[in-house]
Design a binder for this molecule. Structure first.
Ligand code: S6P
Ligand code: ZN
Length: 181
């Protein structure tokens, strides 16, 4: 991770007719949270996050780049923060950049040997996610967390491995402090 000046990326909106928007609700995170009782007490139609993407070439095109901004709501399910589903790339060696625009959170990373670690996200933090590394973001504060992403257009998303086996560590809110354990 390197720290950029916070004025480096200030855009929080992508407006163009070529921008797609994906919305994920709590239901889309089924099976991911540890506290199943807390999960089933939630309104599963509530919005968890939105992703605005600019896809200038067809998905799967070799050599192109995609760009996206994720808007992740604040909240807890049990003691676990609202977070993205997380994925490896289908072409596993494909890398990606994330950078934090607004809010605070934790980028949770896991390699193929299931070693898991976190990088704190705050405005201006730039994160290089190397290939073969699963990535997920948790919102650790009370405001919306907004972060940008840029990834190869042929990377693809493999959600299955994470949906099945999860990350080897979870990020819990322990007395108000994020703890990866
Ligand atoms: C795409 C990039 C992001 C995520 C987004 C939502 O490679 O990593 O745009 O798609 O942050 O996360 P997820 O895990 O639901 O795709
Ligand atoms: Zn990715």
């Amino acid at each position: 991770m390197i720290q950029l000046p916070t004025t480096f990326f200030t855009a929080t909106n992508l407006t163009s007719k070529t921008v797609n928007k994906i919305q994920r609700t709590i239901k889309d995170l089924t099976g991911i949270y540890k506290d199943e009782a807390a999960f089933s007490a939630e309104d599963t139609n509530k919005k968890m996050y939105e992703v605005a993407t600019y896809l200038p070439v067809a998905e799967g095109t070799e050599g192109g780049l995609f760009f996206g901004i994720t808007y992740l709501q604040p909240g807890l399910i049990g003691n676990e923060y609202y977070m993205t589903k997380g994925h490896f790339h289908t072409i596993e060696n494909r890398a990606e950049y994330y950078w934090c625009i607004e809010g605070k959170g934790m980028l949770i990373l896991m390699d193929k040997d299931r070693n898991t670690w976190g990088e704190a996200m705050q405005p201006g933090s730039l994160h290089y996610i190397k290939g073969f590394t699963a990535h997920r973001v948790a919102n650790t504060e009370n405001d919306v967390l907004i972060f940008g992403a840029c990834w190869p257009s042929d990377a693809g998303h493999d959600y299955e491995a994470i949906a099945k086996n999860g990350f080897s560590k979870r990020l819990f809110n322990i007395n108000g402090i994020p703890a990866l354990q």
